[in-house]
Design a protein around this ligand. Sequence first.
Ligand SMILES: [Zn+2]
Length: 202
Amino acid sequence: MPPSLKELIQNLSLLPGIGPKSARRIAFFLLEKPQSTAERLADSIGNLKAGVSFCQICGALTEQDTCMICGDISRDISKICIVETFIDQIILENLNYYHGLYHILGGTLSPLDGRGPKQLRIDSLLTRIRQPKVEEVIIATNPTPEGNATALFIVDLLKNYSVNLTRIGLGIPVGGDIDLLDSETLKLALEGRMKIEKHVDG
Ligand SMILES: [Zn+2]
């Protein structure tokens, strides 16, 4: 096998959900297509990393310093919805139901994978919550063991702040990730979010 083909297959197999077999199939597919197809794909991958970065406020992907949601003055700035990933934010946003702001953690706490609070966007979350206009923090991490542990961590972290804490998903089946739910179920989960009682120190 030519080294360039071998290298492409190796790189493709690093992508999530793509095993060596699929990587080979994609590589051969590209070989059979005109040069322009492969070039367009290569360009869009290159442009992605060059042009897209994280919103300085919420951590969403954006081509500006701040994302469209953080920059939209019609949003309800009294609410911040905490999600694990940018994909979760897009899914909630597509419901066209919630009009507050978001905060994207960038994953969940997972000590076994070496992900602690420092690996998540926790510091910037605290900075935002100190702003007096924030009244409600909606925790929308997934109802998985990691998502629940992360939710508990956030509840503990925010217990001395004067914001209402709510958690979506008490109606979501356990283990049902946000990206696997239909929009009606998700809307109900958001609508029926439950207030979390805080055990304030002192
Ligand atoms: Zn943003």
